[in-house]
Design a protein around this ligand. Structure first.
Ligand SMILES: *Cc1c(COP(=O)(O)O)cnc(C)c1O
Length: 475
């Protein structure tokens, strides 16, 4: 397909305007571009067809099954879009006086209060723009907390099953990373943790359920090990899908955490954003939250809190990705307390249903029940047939579905990580499992055909290394 610039014909336009009835105004030289902007010159129809064709090639949750583990690609109810498109939200200016933006401030306040309730935390900010940004914000707060206490703590412990953003955020915030291996069953090895947990450690970053889809049953013990040495416990709450409405990180002993609104709270994501990664914390860390924070005043009106001198400062302009926050609030209000718990239970049920079917023909290295996602391995299949997790993932595209996450977590060879989410029906899961089963059977009889897939897409197998190392981002 041609780029829109390649469709450009000099002099062609996509609009016609009536002749101007006001005199031409000459701008001063400094206000004018030196050369005309290079824009494609196409007709309105060319433009519509171009973007319509591109849209038809894109694949999203609205197109079909999208079990991308760790990413929670659940369906986003359209009601949330309608609410976020209300003129009262979209036509606000971020610098408007609080007195003229009461509704927006109330929305921010109500969402923060709801998230505090869901997580069992005491305070929070909606400012960070994504999960990794929430981690970074939290780590700056952890740094500020120990600085104020006069303790020199330079290390952050991260398990080997952690999402890659955890060590990256800790390193960006100036900490040294201590990586600890999981035990044979995929859980935190509490003995290894106890040995690593010294008084130089500021925090232990944990995802629970962890990235292999298991709930750390020893969380009480883990919390004691960290707190006994004066450290803090950090919760990577990118996905709350398995636990929301059931257990709360604040009650498990966590001190600070982030949430991805663009995963659990039904905001469209993928393709680079926008997202939102609120940070929630216990009282002891609250003075370090970024500002401005919204408060409800005694007279019931909303405004900004007095800035704490210990605040780490702003981490983003204005109030973060405000319309993402509105979508999350609409979702939480629509579901309510019961609905949120119900969503979590169905997410776990769907994952376990799919896991039990898939483990009939692929290895599921972690025994027993999973949470909202599970890991299967193509290691044995690859030994027998030469067909890898990547090949199976590519073949799934030809069956009309998005592949699962592959080669993550790193601790499972030839990993495929499935997260069906609560919004999928049993029929959809059955169809996906049937497709997977067919591919595995075909790998045993005709491995070469699987290695050629996908055959139904405009682009088959892009050179992924080249795409990452030498991207061509403009012509
Ligand atoms: C997605 C994810 C993150 C990072 O979130 P971004 O919004 O992509 O920065 C961190 N941790 C876990 C467990 C995740 O699944």
């Amino acid at each position: 397909m041609k780029l829109i610039f390649e469709k450009s014909i000099s002099g062609r336009t996509g609009f016609s305007l009536p002749a101007s009835d006001v005199a031409e105004y000459k701008l001063s030289d400094g206000a004018l571009r030196a050369a005309a902007a290079e824009l494609p010159e196409v007709s309105e129809l060319d433009l519509v067809r171009h973007y319509d064709a591109l849209a038809a090639r894109a694949y999203g949750v609205d197109s079909g099954f999208y079990p991308l583990g760790s990413c929670t690609m659940k369906y986003n109810p359209k009601l949330n879009e309608t609410v976020a498109a209300l003129a009262g939200f979209t036509e606000l200016h971020p610098l408007q006086e609080p007195s003229s933006a009461q509704g927006a401030l109330e929305a921010i306040y109500t969402l923060t209060e709801s998230l505090k309730e869901i997580t069992g935390m005491d305070d929070g900010t909606l400012q960070p723009a994504a999960g990794a940004h929430g981690e970074f914000t939290s780590l700056l707060m952890i740094g500020a907390y120990f600085k104020k206490k006069g303790e020199k703590r330079t290390k952050i412990i991260v398990p080997d099953s952690a999402h890659g953003t955890n060590p990256a955020s800790a390193a960006m915030a100036g900490f040294e990373i201590v990586n600890i291996p999981s035990d044979a069953n995929g859980y935190v090895d509490t003995e290894v943790l106890a040995n690593a947990m010294t008084e130089e450690v500021a925090a232990f970053m944990l995802t629970n359920p962890n990235t292999v889809g298991l709930f750390e049953k020893n969380i009480g013990k883990i919390s004691r090990i960290v707190h006994d040495k004066g450290g803090l416990l950090y919760y990577d709450g990118a996905n709350l899908n398995a636990v929301m409405g059931i257990v709360r990180p604040g009650d498990m002993g966590f001190d600070i955490m982030h949430i991805n609104l663009h995963k659990t709270f039904s905001t469209p994501h993928g393709g680079g954003g926008p997202g939102s990664g609120p940070v929630l914390c216990k009282k002891a860390l609250a003075p370090h939250l970024p500002y401005p924070l919204v408060e409800k005043k005694k007279d019931g009106r909303f405004g900004y809190r007095k800035t704490s001198l210990a605040s780490i400062g702003r981490v983003r302009a204005f109030q973060g990705n405000f319309l993402v926050e509105i979508r999350a609030l609409a979702y939480i209000i629509a579901l309510g307390r019961e609905g949120i718990r119900d969503a979590a239970e169905k997410a776990v049920l769907n994952a376990n249903y799919m896991k039990s079917l898939v483990s009939e023909f692929l290895t599921a290295p972690h025994k027993g029940a999973c949470m909202h996602e599970f890991v299967a391995s193509c290691e044995k299949l690859k030994e027998e047939t030469g067909v890898s997790a990547l090949d199976v993932a590519k073949a799934l595209i030809d069956h009309g579905m998005h592949p699962p996450t592959i080669y993550f977590p790193l601790i499972v060879h030839e990993a495929m990580m499935f997260e069906p989410t609560e919004t999928e029906s049993r029929e959809t899961i059955d169809e996906a499992v049937a497709a997977l089963k067919e591919i595995v059977a075909q790998a045993k009889t005709d491995p070469e055909s699987i290695k050629k897939s996908p055959l139904t897409t405009p682009v088959g197998r892009p050179d992924e290394v080249k795409a990452a190392r030498k991207p061509i981002l403009k012509i």
